[in-house]
Structures are given as structure tokens and as C-alpha cells.
Design a protein around this ligand. Structure first.
Ligand code: NI
Length: 170
């Protein structure tokens, strides 16, 4: 396994729309394993392939990283969304040290392929629902800061660019 480099906002590659995975083969399983290792190493609870500059519909999530019970979602789709909404403080490995409130569906039902290439479908609520929606946004080229006001987003962009100039990632 290998640690992958995580792209940082406002890297334009984060706005790439991912394409579906053709087949869950050894290459895709290696990508999944590398993404999991990268996510755990960065103390994240979710990572989309977009963030490691691979533009295919692959997501890993683990809302209880101490227990190491990962969710692997390949070609995910939402088959149901609750009308009820919930606001959560979100962060992102591509936007280090920035947290802000985002409103999303409180529950979603997601269907995807798992690491074995089997179809799985389940209802997610709480932090898992937030992660599923946040990571699926990445696959569409959307970063959570795009839900914030233009003023806040500009501030974050400026801060990130300054960090890059200063030569530190986080
Ligand atoms: Ni993110």
C-alpha cells in the first residue's frame, strides 16, 4: 500500500467530474487500499478519489476510524433522500483546518459497489449521511466551501494560497 498525495483547495483538479469505474479489478482494489491508508494516516473520516487526483467514482469512509470499519463506495448513487435537513460542521482533508456549517439531507439511501464488486445498498444517517453526501460532491468536482458565502469562500481561498506560498500543506 502507499500513501497518496491529497490535493488542496483551490487546486483546479478538485473540480474535475469523475467517471464511473468500469470494473472492480485489482487496480481499483489497490486504489481503494491506498485511499484507506491515506485517509487513516491523515486522520480523516472520508476521502474521494478526486482528492488524490484519480477521477473515477470511488469513495472511502470510516466514521469510526479507531474501529477500522471502512465503507467502500464505488459508482455510488443516492436512491433516496430525506426531506428533513441537518446542519453539521464539516471539514475536508483538501481544506485543512477549515470547518464550517453545511446543510444537507439528514438521511440518504446509497447504492454502490463494494471492494468485492458486490452491490450494496443502505440507509445512512448522522455523520455517515454527511460523509456520503460530502464525498459524492467531490466526485462531481464540488468542494464543501462552495456551500459557504462568497465572502467566506474568498477568505478561505486567500488563506490556502498564502499557505501554499509559505510552503506548508497544513
Ligand atoms: Ni472533502
Amino acid at each position: 500500500m502507499a500513501l497518496l498525495q491529497i490535493l488542496c483547495y483551490p487546486d483546479p483538479r478538485l473540480h474535475t467530474v469523475a467517471r464511473p469505474v468500469d470494473a472492480v479489478d485489482a487496480r481499483v482494489r489497490r486504489l481503494v487500499d491506498d485511499m484507506l491508508e491515506t485517509m487513516y494516516s491523515a486522520d480523516g473520516v472520508g476521502l474521494a478519489a478526486t482528492q488524490v487526483d484519480v477521477h473515477e467514482r470511488v469513495i472511502v469512509i470510516d466514521t469510526a476510524p479507531n474501529l477500522k470499519r471502512p465503507h467502500v463506495l464505488i459508482n455510488p448513487e443516492l436512491v433516496a433522500r430525506s426531506q428533513e435537513l441537518a446542519v453539521t460542521d464539516e471539514g475536508c482533508l483538501s481544506v485543512p483546518e477549515i470547518y464550517d456549517k453545511v446543510q444537507r439531507h439528514a438521511q440518504v439511501t446509497v447504492r454502490a459497489l463494494n471492494r468485492a464488486g458486490e452491490t450494496v445498498e443502505y440507509e445512512a444517517s448522522g455523520l455517515l449521511a454527511v460523509c456520503v453526501q460530502h464525498e459524492m460532491d467531490h466526485l462531481l468536482g464540488k468542494v464543501f466551501v462552495e456551500y459557504l458565502s462568497p465572502l467566506k469562500r474568498d477568505r478561505i481561498r486567500t488563506k490556502m494560497l498564502k499557505r501554499l506560498r509559505d510552503g506548508r500543506r497544513s
